[in-house]
Write a protein that binds this ligand. Structure first.
Ligand SMILES: Nc1ncnc2c1ncn2[C@@H]1O[C@H](COP(=O)(O)OP(=O)(O)O)[C@@H](O)[C@H]1O
Ligand SMILES: [Mg+2]
Length: 261
């Protein structure tokens, strides 16, 4: 089972879009996929047409009950989505309170990793969506994954946010005695604008090792797909943006040494 976390401390850079598009593409390639929403805003759930207020439980209940976690408890919270082979471990607004209640206790950073190990036999891939804040949820998402995907909007201000995110990854990694492998993905690239081109040049110079070699173009089909509550891969498989994510998926599978279909 591959576990990838999509994270950036800046909002609106394409995190949720990256999760849902990669998830849809993996499903189309025959993978059984679990999407995990750790963002209290629950955008991923809303995107997939799942209203967190109408669900029996959420990731919050698993964190609250972390002392007695077991498979039935985890399974009771996971819901199917309108897309076959794609399940959701949903968020709820209560997740925002976890930093206050759990944040400082020992071992709190490994709860999500434990949750995922319990359902590892049911899925081939897990994609974790993150809130744009460094807190107990992001720490859990980092500790649970094999690779971090960092979408960055190709514009000047977003580059500043990226520097902060990379420093966070280094800092958290050092405290755990590890280095988190990450891939920076330029998103919403518009080749007609100077801002996009300049941002890409700056990224290439600053992060030659961790930058994906291509870009995700700006594509209005992403917004249309979200309004239809469908993964972009299932809404318009031929869209330019979906094709670009398919190339990204190949690169990520290669990096993890997974043969792709
Ligand atoms: N490549 C893209 N081209 C055009 N619009 C995009 C693209 N990626 C994301 N969007 C749109 O940008 C907005 C923010 O994206 P989202 O994935 O929700 O960001 P985040 O999760 O980082 O806050 C959404 O309305 C989404 O549809
Ligand atoms: Mg989001």
């Amino acid at each position: 089972m591959q576990v990838w976390t999509v994270s950036n401390q800046k909002g609106g850079v394409g995190k949720t879009t990256t999760v849902i598009t990669l998830a849809g593409l993996l499903v189309k390639r025959g993978y059984r996929v679990l999407a995990v929403d750790t963002d209290p805003q629950a955008s991923l759930g809303y995107y997939l047409g799942v209203d967190p207020d109408e669900l029996p439980g959420s990731l919050y209940d698993l964190f609250r009950g972390h002392d007695e976690l077991d498979l039935p408890m985890v399974e009771s919270v996971i819901v199917p989505t309108g897309t076959p082979q794609l399940d959701l471990l949903p968020a709820s607004t209560a997740l925002a309170t976890l930093d206050r209640t759990l944040g400082t206790k020992d071992g709190m950073g490994l709860i999500l990793k434990r949750i995922l190990s319990m359902v590892a036999h049911r899925y081939d891939a897990v994609l974790i969506d993150c809130p744009p804040v460094l807190g107990v949820l992001m720490i859990n998402a980092l500790a649970a994954c094999d690779r971090i995907v960092v979408p960055v909007q190709t514009e000047f201000l977003a580059l500043k946010g990226l520097d902060r995110m990379v420093r966070t990854l280094e800092m958290v990694g050092r405290s755990k005695g590890t280095r988190y492998p990450f891939t920076i993905v330029p998103t919403m690239f518009d080749k007609r604008t100077r801002a996009s081109l300049q941002a890409l040049t700056a990224l290439t110079q600053k992060y030659p090792r961790d930058l994906w070699h291509s870009v995700i173009p700006v594509d209005t089909r992403f917004r249309d797909a979200s309004q239809a509550h469908l993964p972009p891969s299932h809404f318009d498989a031929g869209a330019r943006g979906v094709q670009a994510y398919s190339q990204l998926l190949d690169a990520l599978l290669d990096q993890q040494g997974v043969a792709h279909v």
